[in-house]
Each structure stands twice: as structure tokens, then as C-alpha cells.
Design a binder for this molecule. Structure first.
Ligand code: ZN
Length: 307
């Protein structure tokens, strides 16, 4: 049990943003050092001290939050020094999330990007909560919504926003897909195989489903994702939606965007689909139920698959 039983990741981030706003310090990128220093003066961290983040000296993790064994009120944040600055920011925000939401139940948290997938269920849950906190803190929904209203979504816009908010292109892409009213899906490929896909709410309502190639899923023939001669397509190209999706009628189109990370092994595909009427979910003809169940629980909980 925690001192913050009624608190969740979204509410905790919202309270901090409100406090920053009330003191005229709600600016972008969110000042995590300020947040760390103000927490002990707030109900979310009263009585504790969080030391300035230090470099991790072991390789296995992206970040850690550790209680000082000799002083139970003192906590230290450790971050992978080799990570990119925006990734370090996300990790620090993630560790602050553990501090606020989980510190009564554990005295150390060793975090890596994969624990959201591979840990035991309890571990996955707290990792997702910490990611969700970080996401809500670093990319405040209201500020993001006003920036994307009426704008054409492409990786130029997402890249600009990622810079302004001090987050990775991937984190911002996930957030944009969460907030857009368009039918959209973000697909992340790792070494040629699908690692996750993230549908927008209207894509879910209209049951957008990817055409399966097998398990694990590979890029589909005829898509930019499968075309190794195209590394970047930040504006997107139009194609028939059914090239990607079993769910779409013949006339529906989509715009596919592609971002390839340095090294070429990781690819983000962003699909923006034409609108279609909502429809009920049918249990046959779509992707396998297990995938849907797992993924939808994931989305329903409002968590991010990766950071
Ligand atoms: Zn963690």
C-alpha cells in the first residue's frame, strides 16, 4: 500500500504540471531538475530528498531509483550515460514516477526498456505506470493538443514537437497517435520484425487491422516499410489501405510515413488512414485474438509500449 493510493500516473503528472503553472514555471521542455527539487516540498514527496541524477555504473539498465540504505529518506536516480539526451530525460522522468507512485513498496528499481515486455506482471505494471507518468509529464496533453489542432501530421511536425518538448521522435509519435482524431497507427519494426503497433482511438473504433504475414510479423510487400531503398519518407506517400490492412474497403486510402533510425535496424512506420464509419469488432477475419487481447489491455490501461 502506498501513501498515494488514490493516485495514478496521469493524476500525479497533472498535479505537478499544475504546481509548475501556478508558480509561472510551466515551460517547455519541462524542467525535470526543478520537478525533482520541488517534490520534497509537495504532498507527493514530503520528507524525502532526491539526489541529483548520477551516471549508472553498470550496463544492464537504462535507469535506476535507489533508496540510500543508510538514510531511508534519501533517494538517488541513476541514468545510462551513453543514452541520448532525450532518452535520459525520459528515464529521469520515469524514475521520478517510481519515486512518486511506488516508493513505499520497494527500495530499489532497476529499469530497462524491455521490462515493459519481459518482466513478471507486477513488474510490467509498475514499469508501464512509470512510463505513463513520464509521458504525461514531459508531453502535457493540453499543450500538445493545441499544437496539433488543424495541422497535417507528418514526421516534420512530429520531429519539431519532439525537439520542443525534449523527447524522442518515437515518444512523440506515440503521443500524437494517442491525441489525433484521425484513424492512425504507429508501427515499430526492430531488425525487420514488428515489435509493437499503436492504433489511435478512431483506428480502434473502426477495427483497423494489419494484414498478417506470420509470427513474427514482417513488413508487407508493396509497403514503404518493406522497401529497403527508402530510408526516410517524412511526408508520406498515398496508397490503398488494403495493402496494409485486412480491415479496409477497396476504395479507402492511407498515407504511409517512414523513419529509419541510424544503423537501419529500427524503423517507425506511421499510417494515416482515410476516415470510415465505426464498426463492431468481429472475431474472425482479423488478427488473432490473443494479439488483440494483449494489445488492447495495453492500450486500455493507457500505457506506453516503449519509451
Ligand atoms: Zn522503471
Amino acid at each position: 500500500m502506498t501513501a498515494t493510493d488514490d493516485l495514478n500516473a496521469f493524476k500525479a503528472a497533472a498535479r505537478i504540471l499544475t504546481w509548475l503553472g501556478a508558480t509561472g514555471r510551466l515551460t517547455l521542455p519541462i524542467d525535470l531538475d526543478l520537478v525533482r527539487q520541488m517534490l520534497p516540498d509537495t504532498p507527493l514527496g514530503r520528507g524525502s530528498v532526491i539526489k541529483e541524477p548520477a551516471d549508472l555504473t553498470w550496463n544492464a539498465s537504462e535507469g535506476a531509483l535507489v533508496r540510500n540504505p543508510e538514510n531511508e529518506n534519501e533517494w538517488g536516480i541513476f541514468v545510462n550515460p551513453r543514452a541520448r539526451p532525450e532518452r535520459r530525460r525520459f528515464t529521469i522522468a520515469h524514475e521520478l514516477g517510481h519515486f512518486i507512485l511506488h516508493r513505499p513498496s520497494q527500495s530499489s528499481f532497476l529499469c530497462d526498456k524491455e521490462s515493459v515486455y519481459t518482466g513478471i506482471d507486477t513488474l510490467k505494471q509498475i514499469e508501464r505506470e512509470a512510463d505513463d507518468f513520464a509521458s504525461n509529464l514531459l508531453m502535457p496533453g493540453d499543450m500538445l493538443r493545441e499544437r496539433i489542432a488543424g495541422k497535417r501530421i507528418d514526421f516534420h511536425l512530429i520531429g519539431d514537437l519532439a525537439k520542443e518538448f525534449g523527447v524522442s521522435l518515437e515518444s512523440m509519435s506515440i503521443r500524437i497517435v494517442k491525441y489525433t482524431e484521425q484513424r492512425a497507427m504507429l508501427v515499430y519494426w526492430d531488425h525487420g520484425f514488428l515489435k509493437y503497433r499503436w492504433p489511435s482511438s478512431n483506428a480502434r473504433k473502426t477495427c483497423v487491422r494489419l494484414r498478417k504475414t506470420g509470427d513474427p510479423q514482417e513488413p508487407l510487400s508493396g509497403t514503404l516499410a518493406a522497401d529497403n531503398t527508402v530510408e526516410q519518407e517524412w511526408d508520406g506517400i498515398d496508397m490503398l489501405a488494403k495493402v496494409w490492412c485486412t480491415s479496409e474497403a477497396d476504395e479507402i486510402k492511407l498515407r504511409e510515413l517512414k523513419h529509419t533510425y541510424t544503423g537501419g535496424n529500427r524503423v517507425l512506420s506511421l499510417l494515416l488512414l482515410e476516415s470510415a464509419a465505426p464498426r463492431p469488432y468481429f472475431r474472425s477475419g482479423w488478427e488473432d485474438d490473443e494479439t488483440r487481447d494483449t494489445f488492447d489491455r495495453f492500450v486500455d490501461s493507457g500505457q506506453l509500449p516503449v519509451r
